[in-house]
Design a protein around this ligand. Structure first.
Ligand code: SIN
Length: 284
């Protein structure tokens, strides 16, 4: 099946055309998709009407899925995280603040995920314009753009990634963070290298985020604070960012090692946003 890869023109991101995600995909095509994914770090398939089974089946072609360990929302399927602002019977049906701060998914898990696939089921729209875009920043480009003295300074450093940090920051910004599920309570924080090596490409990626990274270990607290402020501001500059303006039935797959992301909250009910996300724990 001939496929076409159309780079977004930003530091990362490419559209993949010509793949029937719901059908059989031969190994050569899957190889091309994987290569494009590792090269562009975020890939998207436009306007592919996918059933939940199609979404899960395609995600399983990428790797092993994290299942049934998500927050205590009304689970649509154990493979899905529901990301939504919709309220039914007085209850949120999904995570309503996912992506409110820059982050990589599951930085606090014992085993951080390698990729996430988000399918747009309902996209808010006003005056002919879609809202609720997602911004992605390239952590390889951000790392490469650091000065050589900064690269030397952060080599070998480790940082603490914590859900509580995310919740506190979110509260400071006037949001009520979603309640933690049992699995998240067990996995509240983890120590990670500030620079990590991508397992598939061998490229160095900056691994700190405003959402989850609470401190850099082994250096004085004020130094850690200043360094984190500098690194988190550096890594989300526009020159490293691709903004995905969603259309209904888009499927976007992002690399959880070489990117971080942040959603745009420029809509509110009655404008509805409904997304299903699968999370890949490891590549197959
Ligand atoms: C997420 O952070 O997983 C969701 C991003 C989005 O809702 O755009």
């Amino acid at each position: 099946m001939p496929i076409t890869i159309v780079p977004s023109g930003a530091a990362l991101g490419a559209e993949i055309r010509g793949v029937d995600l719901a059908g059989e995909i031969d190994p050569a095509t899957m190889h091309e998709i994987r290569q494009a994914f590792f090269q562009h770090e975020v890939v998207y398939f436009r306007n592919r009407e996918l059933s939940d089974d199609d979404h899960i089946r395609f995600s399983e072609r990428i790797g092993e899925l994290r299942t049934g360990k998500h927050r205590t929302f009304r689970l649509h399927r154990p493979e899905f995280i529901v990301v939504s602002n919709i309220v039914e019977n007085g209850q949120h049906i999904g995570s309503y603040d996912a992506g409110i701060l820059w982050h990589t998914d599951g930085a606090h898990f014992a085993q951080p995920p390698v990729a996430s696939l988000l399918h747009a089921v309902e996209v808010p729209e006003k005056d002919g314009r879609t809202l609720g875009a997602t911004r992605f920043a390239s952590m390889t480009a951000a790392y490469e753009a650091l000065s050589s003295s900064m690269k030397k300074r952060i080599e070998g450093l480790e940082a603490l990634h914590s859900v509580l940090h995310r919740d506190n920051k979110s509260k400071l910004e006037g949001n009520k963070p979603v309640e933690l599920g049992e699995e998240e309570k067990k996995n509240l924080q983890a120590v990670r290298p500030v620079v990590r090596i991508h397992t598939a490409t061998g490229r160095k990626c900056l691994y700190v985020s405003e959402g989850y990274t609470s401190k850099i270990l082994g250096i004085p607290e004020d130094e850690s604070k200043d360094l984190l402020t500098e690194l988190t501001a550096h890594c989300t500059q526009l020159r490293f960012v691709y903004t995905h303006s969603w259309r209904t039935h888009d499927l976007v797959m992002w690399d959880d090692c070489s990117t971080q992301h942040k959603a745009t909250f420029d809509y509110a009910l009655p404008l509805r946003r409904l997304m299903y996300r699968t999370t890949v724990s490891r590549y197959s």
